[in-house]
Design a protein around this ligand. Structure first.
Ligand code: AHR
Length: 512
């Protein structure tokens, strides 16, 4: 009967082609959406750390707690950042953590060779990062130096941060540096982009190097239960995933990474704000490739791990454009428009729908670098459209994913087309159901009929993010040009919900 009504509606929808159709399978929830899908990434790159997160303990003009900006702390708490990756990125494989502990006046400086050869004075190091994570309530994801470090150095980092007091010279050092108890480090990365800036290794070579480093991080029985993430594939490098799954013993890892950026062309990335509809369309093509990448990498993992005990961690994703005119090219500072809201909304829906395998994702990067949720300029701060999408979607964190079947109109540009409407749904512990929807069509509103199967709802409310122009953004002068507003136009009748999504908008509905 259900199949019959679905097919009947499918016929009606595809024949008319005016209405989009979503079936919400409200009684088929099985997998939990890990809160860590809503994770972030912070690298020693441009003004992500210095000026972004951290302004120094002695800063008298920008209110801070232990040097971390208070406006940023408050915004990140509201966002419910579940996990933060640090210190890189490419920087991680040049970073020697012992340079960043102890009295600041004694910390050596280094050159940040990946990102503009600027001086890194190491004033923001392990203690500062882990204390900040505690302050904002995020789990720490430490990215270890495998490219130019040693297994010894990484083992010492594990001891310094997580082992009980009195168990080694490293824990004595921690105590001497003023930290009385171990921190909780939720996740350990073993290198970053080992196929590139992390050492230009082959998959086969990295698998061996990985095993060497992983061996010495724990005791012989692996009883330390560290969550270890292997440096994953770039985009559609399926060979990389195949080799790692085949060659690394299951007990030595918990997740594989995956990096995918929405970039038009690496040699011509285009402006972040002054872009054409064609450039927008190409960006979305690249971005929506995430669906295929996650599906295919997961299929390879399924062969070796059919019970899905290993996670896919998309630990770098987001839009990448030219830097803002007049800024340092190596600092990757870009503005953030409604195009970025589209990228965020669609990708988060994709991750939610693949939550049986995707257990973490880290948007690149949290502040002032690439697709940031926050931009700062001295005392000023902007919450970007991407911030607002992530905040609207945080209702999915830790909720049970409800499958959706989407029949969508096409977003057509010239001879090319993309699926216009993207969606995901979940039910949380409080019994509330949320459906997040995105219409990526730059010109057309989309009518959506939602057919609820397996539940009846009495109340409906929503929040929407929209704007008049795709290229609109929040500037330091007008920081609230784009903010979510209440959406009161959803019609609930029996088991049908009808909404109209304006062009390039993101809507989150709440049902009970
Ligand atoms: O996020 C910027 C850079 O992109 C990271 O350092 C690197 O891992 C990736 O190539």
């Amino acid at each position: 009967m259900k199949i019959f009504s679905f097919l009947a509606l499918l016929f009606v929808c595809t024949a008319g082609k005016a209405q989009n159709y979503i079936v919400l399978h409200a009684d088929q929830g099985k997998d939990t959406i890990s809160k860590n899908i809503y994770g972030h990434f912070s690298e020693h790159l441009g003004h992500c750390i210095y000026g972004g997160l951290y302004v120094g303990e002695n800063n008298k003009t920008i209110p801070n707690k232990d040097g971390v900006r208070l406006d940023v702390i408050n915004a990140l708490k509201k966002l419910k950042v579940p996990v933060l990756r640090w210190p890189g990125g490419c920087f991680a494989d040049t970073y020697h953590w012992k340079d960043g502990i102890g009295p600041k006046s004694k910390r050596p400086s280094m050159l940040n060779v990946w990102w503009g050869n600027v001086k890194e004075d190491n004033s923001f190091g392990t203690n500062e990062f882990l204390n900040m994570c505690e302050e904002i309530g995020a789990d720490a994801y430490l990215s270890g130096n495998v490219g130019s470090g040693t297994p010894h150095e990484l083992t010492d980092w594990v001891k310094y941060t997580t082992h009980p007091n009195g168990s080694s010279p490293m824990t004595d050092l921690r105590l001497a540096n003023g930290r009385k108890t171990p921190w909780k480090v939720g996740f350990w990365g073993l290198g970053n982009e080992a196929w590139g800036c992390g050492g230009n290794m082959t998959a086969e070579w990295y698998a061996n190097v990985y095993k060497q480093y992983a061996t010495f991080m724990t005791d012989w029985s692996n009883s330390d239960k560290l969550f270890r993430i292997a440096s994953g594939a770039s985009d559609d490098d399926y060979h990389w995933t195949e080799v790692l799954m085949r060659d690394i013993p299951a007990k030595m890892f918990d997740a594989l990474g995956l990096h995918h950026y929405s970039v038009i062309d690496w040699s011509r990335k285009g402006s972040a704000t002054a872009f054409t509809e064609k450039e927008y369309f190409i960006t979305m093509q690249r971005s929506l490739q995430m669906e295929e990448l996650v599906t295919k990498h997961s299929a390879i993992m399924d062969k070796y791990d059919p019970k899905k005990t290993k996670a896919l961690a998309v630990d770098e994703w987001g839009g990448w454009y030219e830097v803002e005119p007049g800024t340092n090219e190596a600092f990757l500072f870009q503005q953030n428009t409604m195009r970025d809201a589209m990228i965020a909304g669609c990708n988060l829906n994709i991750f939610n729908n693949h939550c049986d395998r995707v257990k973490m994702a880290n948007l690149a990067q949290i502040i002032n670098v690439l697709q940031s949720v926050i931009l700062t300029n001295d005392q000023k701060i902007i919450l970007t459209p991407t911030y607002h999408v992530m905040e609207m979607y945080n209702v999915h964190q830790g909720a049970v994913m409800l499958p959706v079947s989407v029949i969508s109109n096409d977003y057509v540009l010239g001879s090319e087309k993309l699926q216009a409407v993207w969606a995901s749904a979940s039910k949380n512990n409080a019994g509330l159901t949320h459906i997040s929807m995105v219409n990526i069509d730059a010109g057309k509103a989309q009518d959506v009929l939602i057919d609820v199967q397996g539940a009846r709802y009495k109340n409906i409310s929503g929040r929407i993010l929209k704007s008049d122009k795709l290229q609109n953004y929040n500037s330091f002068d007008k920081p609230e040009t784009i903010v979510p507003v209440a959406f009161n136009d959803a019609k609930l009748e029996g088991n049908k919900i009808h909404v109209t999504l304006p062009p390039f908008s993101v809507l989150v509905l709440e049902l009970n």
